[in-house]
Design a protein around this ligand. Structure first.
Ligand SMILES: NC(=O)c1ccc[n+]([C@@H]2O[C@H](COP(=O)([O-])OP(=O)(O)OC[C@H]3O[C@@H](n4cnc5c(N)ncnc54)[C@H](OP(=O)(O)O)[C@@H]3O)[C@@H](O)[C@H]2O)c1
Length: 249
């Protein structure tokens, strides 16, 4: 179903909080959930973009302006949890990834700051939130890039591998502690957003299509989901390729 169709009769008492929802996949996912009647919290740095998204769903979307790398970022997250009252699904979508063929140290460290350090702070806080609340679903966007190190942006691929591996650790922890907590690792291929630009892209999915597949994967409580689905096969090939071949590509 297209998100431009009339909404389902969805329960109005469900709430999702998406960190990194001012553009791209996070924005499309926020619009999809709002369209289906959910209460939605959206967070990012760009206050104007967040306000424009919320204006389309004034009764459902609340905005939270925050920089995930700031020292007080977790205070803003706590404020979002308090304001929304309860959160059923938490999504960490904030991410940065830039081509870095000169291997500029600042680009590498900026990538680590958002995709590793801030990611860790936010998902740890969300884990404890759900632990206290008695359950929920924690979702983050890693990438097909998590499957292999690459030369174009080494920190990006490494950060996505960190995210994927970290989520598996949380999943095992929740399982062993018998928590009613689903951990979902969304691994997109190329999706048509500001981040996915430049030569060499293929199978670039429209962002609305990606958001609907992500929403379905969340509803199905998937542990891991490739977006779009055929990227599963690319991931398997990447995992299988011997270094002697991978280094030539
Ligand atoms: N597009 C793809 O092909 C693709 C493929 C694989 C994985 N992914 C992953 O999907 C996620 C979303 O990416 P996208 O493609 O939708 O890119 P995007 O359009 O550039 O969105 C990135 C989001 O992250 C937020 N963000 C960045 N730095 C932040 C910070 N310091 N504090 C708070 N929020 C911050 C941005 O908001 P502000 O700038 O307003 O803060 C924006 O909302 C990322 O984790 C990305 O790695 C994307």
């Amino acid at each position: 179903m297209s998100i431009t169709n009339p909404p389902y009769n969805w329960p109005m008492n469900k709430t999702i909080l998406i960190i990194g929802a001012s553009s791209g996949i996070g924005e499309a996912l926020a619009r999809a959930y709002a369209h289906h009647g959910w209460q939605v919290g959206i967070a990012a740095r760009s206050a104007d973009k967040l306000a424009a998204i919320a204006a389309a769903f004034p009764d459902q979307i609340k905005t939270f302006v925050l920089d995930v790398t700031a020292n007080d970022a977790l205070d803003h997250l706590q404020h979002a949890f308090n304001t929304l009252g309860k959160v059923d699904i938490f999504v960490y979508s904030s991410g940065t990834g830039m081509a870095n063929s000169p291997l500029d140290e600042k680009i590498e460290l900026d990538t680590v700051a958002v995709n590793v350090t801030a990611f860790t702070r936010f998902v740890v806080a969300a884990y404890h939130y759900f632990e206290q609340k008695g359950g929920g679903q924690l979702v983050a966007f890693s990438s097909v890039a998590s499957r292999r190190g690459d030369r174009g942006s080494p920190a990006y691929n490494a950060s996505k591998a960190f995210e994927s591996n970290y989520l598996e650790g949380l999943r095992k922890k929740a399982f062993r502690r018998k928590l009613n907590l689903t951990i979902t690792d969304i691994r997109p291929g190329f999706v048509d957003t500001a981040m996915a630009q430049g030569p060499g892209l293929f199978w670039v999915a429209p962002v609305e299509k990606a958001a609907l597949q992500i929403k379905k994967a969340i509803e199905n409580k998937r542990a891991v989901a490739y977006i779009t689905k055929r990227w599963f096969y690319v991931a398997k090939i990447l995992e299988w390729l011997p270094p002697s071949l991978w280094h030539r590509l």
